[in-house]
Design a binder for this molecule. Structure first.
Ligand code: ZN
Length: 148
């Protein structure tokens, strides 16, 4: 079995539908063809079923406090280390420390970026200053560094 099939087997039908609408176009055309084939053959989903699934967003379970994507409600979130580019027009201790560190040691500051694997929504991007309220909460939640 191909690796992408193992990953997609873990997706719900709804997640597959969202993935095909938002993320599929990011892949090369040969990969897109393989994924489309998988969706049709293994998951028995066609264009109209996909549209229906995306339109009928599943209800968010109340009192479920785990972190999910605000766009598609998936909990399949990717956390990546990205180089943090300190904003030019913002003065703050953290920014100055990052710039100072890069200037003196040549080492960049890395922060975690959190992205939805299913639809590509960026829940937290350290290089994007326009953050929503939810993203600000995630700032706090993800303040613990990764063990890498
Ligand atoms: Zn999503």
């Amino acid at each position: 079995m191909n690796k992408f099939e193992e990953v997609l087997d873990d997706f719900s039908d709804y997640e597959i539908a969202v993935f095909s609408q938002y993320k599929l176009k990011e892949y090369t055309s040969s990969t897109q063809t393989k994924i489309m084939e998988y969706i049709k053959t293994n998951r028995k989903l066609d264009e109209s079923k996909i549209e229906k699934l995306v339109a009928e967003k599943p209800a968010i379970k109340e009192y479920d406090d785990s972190i999910y994507c605000p766009r598609c409600f998936s909990k399949k979130l990717l956390r990546m280390r990205v180089k943090w580019i300190p904003p030019v027009f913002r003065v703050g201790y953290e920014d100055e420390m990052a710039t100072w560190k890069e200037l003196t040691t040549g080492e960049a500051t890395y922060k975690d970026k959190v992205e939805c694997f299913v639809c590509g929504y960026k829940l937290y991007d350290p290089n994007n200053e326009k953050r929503t309220f939810l993203e600000k909460i995630l700032d706090i939640l993800f303040d613990t560094p990764l063990n890498i």
